[in-house]
Design a protein around this ligand. Structure first.
Ligand code: TA6
Length: 300
């Protein structure tokens, strides 16, 4: 596992500092002239992001548990190489192993526009190959600037095709889920995981009146969260995805999960750029798939 001293020596770039975070998880702290962010090496997980002078865009639970090998509640977890439960073996983690596994730092670059770009590579192992016996290389490229960009690059480095499910499981900080709406999904069919997986069609913007867990299909490349409490809209611009997951656990499910904290569920919504359900991808040997999202905000 990388340690912060070596990382600061090898990748010290103005505005980036590697620190030993909770439970020994190494975290990259990024502060530049545009924004600040924290990214854990475990899972290459963005834990937070805010533009300078603005409210946080990305939500992190006040009760997030930092335990090596366990998912952290909030930020932008990387679900890979499957979304949801493992197709055949309930022993394996929900949403794949990438978010619970160590990643190595490949490069840290100060870009000319003032942004900071960090590239990470998943460290695979016998433990991960037991769960998913395919040869693949996975990179995450995070760009911290006036917007937050996260890009997942999967390359099939083996001799056989494989099927890939994945998502950028982004948690957004909002004033009150009961007042928030999500637009950009009007007319899309969705799998309603709160209603037996039935398929329905979205009419207008998504509004929230209880636990909401939907996989929207044949989606476009832009969604917006309207937040009248914080008086802003959050824009999710995506590439390489034709499925978008919208999730809020609501009170009972959040309390049951135990790491949302009191009323935490009311201040977050997930809008996830995915390749899930009908949108899983088959990669031929040598093929690469890019899944990307750019997150920004503007006044409502
Ligand atoms: O993306 C929505 C979802 O699939 C929900 O069904 C819920 O399981 C959520 O992900 C969080 O999953 P996690 O494994 O992070 O608790």
């Amino acid at each position: 596992m990388d340690d912060s001293n070596r990382l600061n020596r090898d990748f010290g770039v103005a505005g980036v500092r590697f620190v030993d975070g909770p439970a020994g998880l190494v975290v990259a702290e990024v502060v530049n002239g545009l924004a600040s962010a924290r990214i854990a090496l475990q899972g290459a997980q963005v834990l937070g992001y805010r533009r300078n002078g603005e409210a946080p865009l990305i939500w992190l639970s006040r009760l997030a548990q930092f335990v090596a090998g366990r998912p952290v509640r909030g930020g932008v977890p990387i679900c890979w190489p499957w979304f949801g439960p493992h197709a055949a073996d309930a022993r394996f983690a929900n949403h794949g192993f990438a978010r619970n596994a160590p990643w190595r730092v490949v490069r840290v670059t100060a870009l000319v526009d003032g942004s900071t770009q960090l590239e990470f590579q998943l460290v695979q192992s016998a433990a991960t190959r037991v769960q998913w016996p395919h040869a693949a290389d996975l990179r995450s490229i995070v760009t911290v600037g006036a917007r937050l960009a996260v890009e997942l690059l999967t390359t099939n480095t083996g001799r056989e095709p494989f099927v890939l499910g994945q998502a950028l499981h982004a948690y957004f900080d909002i004033g009150d889920i009961r007042r928030a709406t999500v637009s950009g999904l009007d007319g899309c069919e969705y799998v309603d995981k709160v209603d037996g997986g039935g398929r329905k069609r979205q009419r207008g913007s998504v509004t929230f009146h209880g636990e909401t867990d939907r996989i929207y299909l044949a989606t476009g490349n832009r969604c917006e969260i309207a937040d009248p409490i914080l008086n802003r809209r959050i824009v999710i611009a995506s590439r390489g995805s034709r499925s978008t997951v919208v999730w809020n656990p609501w009170r009972a499910k959040a309390d049951g999960m135990g790491d949302f904290g009191p009323e935490g569920w009311a201040g977050m919504v997930c809008v996830e750029t995915a390749n899930a359900a009908d949108d899983m991808r088959t990669l031929a040997p040598g093929e690469q798939h890019r899944l990307a999202a750019v997150y920004s905000d503007a006044p409502l």
